[in-house]
Design a protein around this ligand. Structure first.
Ligand SMILES: C[S@@+](CC[C@H](N)C(=O)[O-])C[C@H]1O[C@@H](n2cnc3c(N)ncnc32)[C@H](O)[C@@H]1O
Length: 199
């Protein structure tokens, strides 16, 4: 299948994949969460979200496989990743972890090649900032989830309007999205998910 978006040149996609694979070697227990009362670090948050998963898990934009080490080994994992240069890194990571029940596909979150009502859990970490169409993506996630399925996500979002953080996010957005494969630092992902998409 043809990936949904073709705007980033191959050399930049390759570089991004290499960078993501390098970033994956960071120790998540050293990444502190600010303003989160339940979990101190990214590792704790991911353990809490992912350690008990069961059944068919679909991860959109899994990148170089940063979340694989948190999953139980008995899940059926499907990854849909549009950057072909991520795939070899992800497969190496799965091999290292002894995960064999995985299916990695080239595709995009806006058009998931998965049957309706067939997935127990959809996972997205730092992906919704980059998808081309968030409304279409959310419809696709709802379509593939079983009625009692769950959508688990960790995403960065726009700061409040009028703050310095937001001004910086708005200012760097044109360059940032070009360099980092369509990542929008100022996307109001939280608001869009909760208000418009009604998960
Ligand atoms: C910042 S990386 C995050 C990778 C990984 N999820 C993580 O947490 O490290 C963003 C990922 O989203 C993927 N992506 C971008 N647009 C996408 C789309 N339309 N559908 C699915 N994945 C997409 C990118 O290829 C990349 O792997």
């Amino acid at each position: 299948m043809t990936p949904h978006r073709q705007t980033t040149p191959d050399w930049l996609k390759r570089l991004f994949a290499w960078g993501m694979a390098k970033a994956n070697t960071a120790d998540h227990s050293t990444i502190k969460l600010k303003g989160c009362s339940s979990y101190e670090t990214m590792a704790q948050l991911k353990q809490a979200l992912f350690a008990d998963l069961d059944g068919r898990v679909l991860e959109i934009g899994p990148g170089a496989g940063v979340n694989l080490s948190y999953y139980p080994t008995n899940i059926q994992w499907i990854g849909i990743e549009p950057n072909p240069f991520m795939h070899s890194y992800l497969k190496q990571e799965a091999e290292r972890l002894g995960l064999h029940n995985i299916k990695l596909r080239l595709g995009s979150a806006e058009r998931l090649e998965v049957e309706d009502n067939s997935i127990d859990i959809v996972v997205s970490t730092h992906v919704l900032c980059s998808v081309t169409n968030l409304a279409t993506t959310s419809r696709e996630i709802r379509r593939v989830l079983k009625p009692d399925g769950r959508f688990l996500f960790i995403e960065h979002v726009a700061a409040q309007c009028g703050t310095w953080t937001r001004r910086i996010q708005d200012g760097i957005e044109p360059v940032w999205k070009t360099m980092f494969d369509n990542c929008h630092p100022n996307r109001e992902t939280g608001k869009i998910i909760y208000r418009k998409c009604r998960f």
